[in-house]
Unconditional design. Structure first.
Length: 251
């Protein structure tokens, strides 16, 4: 399914979805990353050319694009836009404890928007035991994220849509102590620009290199079973991922 087709499908779902109250569960579960909070792509993302071609959130053979899933993402978006952020924060933390989570992926699909950033900041600040791994491409929102919360890991996603020079400008503009970079590698000779996590495009996993086991995601290169992988690997929400960056910048 293309992002255009996904947008058309989502438009119908948005029209048919009432604003939701706080009662339902906010978090979802998936095989690789475990528990996550998801939002509707077409309301929150600003896709790059590579996203438009390869976004896993638009793959029609995955549960992520089933009607029930998209409806939940739309309902989450509605909830965050209309409800007291402290009540949402309390609800998410309750789910975190009740599900025995050891980390929570923020934006399994979707991206940050102001109300979402507000709730995430409250969660990590009020509950230092709640580890949050947030994936984003939104420079403006990521700059509003807590700089002090050591339980927050901000993964800023890059790909080769932009030239290296433009990517460097983004990295310089963000300048945030909790941010590291991931890169979606689609070509063998892509410049990954020192990204801490490299995701080899799954459709080309047989030809893209597994050239650095410290950075290349083991799942997308078939080095690790998908089920429960992030809980075991933990590289994307590990303090050493950020410490490596600090050491390099001091050299
Ligand atoms: S590098 Fe590890 S933690 Fe990150 S997405 Fe891959 S399996 Fe999950």
């Amino acid at each position: 399914m293309s992002l255009n087709n996904l947008a058309a499908k989502t438009k119908q779902i948005i029209a048919a979805t009432p604003w939701r109250a706080l009662g339902e569960n906010i978090c979802s579960q998936n095989t690789k990353t475990g528990w996550s909070i998801n939002f509707n792509i077409t309301q929150t993302c600003h896709p790059t050319k590579m996203c438009s071609e390869y976004c896993y959130g638009a793959m029609s053979d995955r549960p992520i694009t089933w009607k029930n899933s998209i409806t939940k993402y739309v309902r989450n978006y509605n909830l965050f836009r209309k409800t007291d952020p402290q009540l949402i924060t309390n609800k998410i933390y309750k789910e975190y404890i009740a599900r025995h989570m050891t980390f929570l992926r923020w934006n399994g699909v979707g991206d940050l928007f102001p109300e979402s950033t507000d709730v995430m900041n409250r969660l990590v600040t009020q509950h230092p035991d709640a580890v949050v791994w947030c994936s984003t491409r939104n420079v403006g929102e990521v700059r509003k994220c807590s700089r002090e919360a050591t339980n927050l890991y901000l993964m800023f996603s890059l790909d080769n849509t932009l030239q290296s020079r433009q990517r460097k400008a983004i990295m310089d503009a963000i300048d945030h102590p909790r941010v590291y970079y991931s890169f979606l590698r689609t070509e063998e000779n892509d410049d990954c620009m020192g990204a801490r996590i490299v995701f080899n495009l799954q459709q080309k996993k047989d030809i893209l290199p597994f050239d650095d086991e410290r950075t290349v995601c083991p799942v997308d290169s078939d080095r690790m079973p998908v089920k429960g992988a992030c809980k075991e690997c933990r590289r994307c929400f590990n303090s050493t991922t950020l410490e490596d960056i600090k050491h390099e910048s001091q050299m």
